[in-house]
Design a protein around this ligand. Structure first.
Ligand code: NAI
Ligand code: MG
Length: 494
């Protein structure tokens, strides 16, 4: 009797037992038709007079029209931040600063459901992730750094710590509110004021955060939120009134920023691209590893700088791992980000989808064997099937370059040395993963792979206390934990 493959079983199962849709209600979501810039504690029309649209990538509907800050607006925001820095925030007792930051954290928790839904609507990520990961972690970062506000003397023992001034911060679209928290919370705790620019495709949770900041009665001008695209970001980076730049985004823009800042006295941290390797040894718990690999690359549609986009499997278990990966991929539910069943949501923008498609073609043209799941994709919006490539080589572009989509490449290895060498053969060094039963292999691999974070027998675990950041072209500086506080302070001898 012919054996029914797991894939066929999954399909049959789906045909007969579709999950009942369980969409999160968005009736209670209140979005303005038009958002101004949040400068000096209030929303105001942009001097530029320009607006752009933020759409829902899952159905291409317009969510809101958002101000595009021009050079004059950026200047107003920096001036407001400077004045707040000098007059209130840097003068305030540290304990009082801490109280404001705690208040922001609590208000985020209170409005967590609303924030999660807006995050999923604006960016396309599954509600399960925005609800369970993005928003709770964002609040956790405010709680964590609030605790540092009155303990700076313990951050740098033997020295006196003080703020830098105004921080200009630019964030990407993959974890909009979480990235805002990573940037704003340590800056405020150390006594700096902030001008932050969210990404142009996902500005809405940052604008909701502006409401929270207003409700928290944070003194005007301490946090200014300006929306816009690359030219707004560039005007911020180049503004002479900021003392520190914190950027998360593409390596290409990161390099440009680094060049712009060379020779100035602005401090900077850059968190850039990645191309993480996951390494599965033959002694690993295979099912657990497969689940971790799936999470590592298909989580958030692969829009993750630390996505485990390269997989290295030890030869004896390679065939088995690939078969199990394909079976598991087939059961992933792709679709409505607001549905609680959804595993893989919408690609963030048309531009990002085009980029992913370009890489799929490159992969096939280079001789890779492409496997995509058979799921039905919604007719509107930006979608990509979970994709796996085998028969790729170290020099393949899909192995070397950051795709930032749900695309996994699989290669094999025989020895530990080979796995380490292959994993390191890349311009990036942000993260990695190792799957094995042997502690000795974990220590060997984690000490020899040049990447900021390496998870062992798990993946994509975050905590406000752990520093995060890259080697090589993945950037410089660390965010999170004490390490993430230090780039926002300067020290003096006692
Ligand atoms: P991007 O680097 O252009 O955008 C990130 C942020 O930088 C956005 O807020 C953007 O408005 C701003 N920006 C753009 N040009 C700027 C400039 N000249 N000066 C200052 N700020 C500027 O990334 P994009 O175009 O959205 O995505 C392209 C690729 O970058 C992705 O496919 C992915 O490979 C990578 N990327 C990596 C991220 C990460 O977390 N490491 C996040 C986002 C994108
Ligand atoms: Mg959007």
């Amino acid at each position: 009797m012919a054996r029914t493959s797991k894939k066929q079983t999954a399909l049959k199962f789906r045909g007969e037992w579709e999950y009942a849709p369980a969409p999160e209600s968005k009736d209670h979501i209140r979005l303005e038709k038009k958002y101004g810039l949040f400068i000096n504690g209030k929303f105001s029309e942009p001097r530029s007079g320009k607006y752009f649209d933020s759409v829902n990538p899952a159905d291409e509907t317009l969510l809101a029209s958002v101000a595009e800050a021009g050079a004059e607006d950026v200047d107003l925001a920096v001036t407001a931040a400077r004045s707040a820095y000098e007059k209130t925030w840097s003068k305030m007792p540290a304990r009082e600063r801490g109280k404001y930051i705690y208040r922001i954290a609590r208000l985020m928790q209170e409005r967590a459901r609303e924030l999660a839904i807006i995050e999923s609507m604006d960016g396309g990520k599954p509600i399960r992730e925005s609800r369970d990961i993005d928003i709770p972690l964002a609040a956790a970062h405010f709680f964590y750094y609030a605790g540092w506000a009155d303990k700076l003397e313990y951050a740098v023992p033997g020295r006196t710590a003080g703020p830098l001034g105004v921080a200009g911060q630019i964030i990407p679209w993959n974890f909009p509110l979480l990235m805002a928290a990573w940037k704003i919370a340590p800056a405020l705790a150390a006594g700096n004021t902030v001008v932050i620019k969210p990404a142009e495709t996902t500005p809405l949770t940052a604008l909701k955060l502006a409401e929270i900041i207003r409700d928290a009665d944070l003194p005007s001008g301490v946090v200014n939120i300006i929306t816009g695209a690359g030219s707004t970001g560039s005007a911020l980076v180049n503004h002479p009134g900021i003392q520190k730049v914190a950027f998360t985004g593409s390596t290409e823009v990161g390099k440009m920023i680094q060049k712009t800042l060379a020779g100035t006295d602005k401090k900077y941290t850059l968190e850039l691209g990645g191309k993480a390797a996951n390494i599965i040894f033959e002694d690993a718990a295979i099912d657990q590893a497969v689940e971790g690999i799936i999470n590592g690359i298909f989580f958030n549609q692969g829009h993750v700088c630390c996505a485990g986009s390269r997989l290295f499997v030890q030869e004896p278990v390679a065939a088995k791992v690939i078969r199990k990966l394909k079976d598991r991929m087939e059961t992933l539910l792709v679709g409505d980000p607001l549905d609680k069943n959804t595993d893989v949501g919408a690609i963030n923008s048309k531009a990002q989808l085009d980029k992913i498609h370009k890489y799929l073609k490159i992969g096939v043209n280079e001789g890779g064997e492409m496997y995509q799941t058979s799921c039905k994709l919604p007719s509107r919006g930006f979608w990509c099937r979970p994709t796996l490539f085998t028969d790729v080589s170290q020099s393949s572009r899909i192995v070397q370059e950051e795709i930032f989509g749900p695309v996994l490449s699989v290669q094999t290895f025989r020895t530990v040395e080979e796995a380490i060498e292959k994993a390191n053969n890349i311009p990036y060094g942000l993260s990695g993963g190792v799957w094995t039963d042997k502690g000795s292999k974990i220590f060997r691999v984690t000490s020899q792979i040049r990447a900021g974070v390496i998870w062992a027998n798990t993946y994509n675990k975050f905590d406000p206390v752990s520093p995060f950041g890259g080697y090589k072209e993945s950037g410089m500086g660390r965010e999170g934990g004490l390490h993430g506080l230090l780039p926002y302070i300067q020290t003096y001898s006692n």
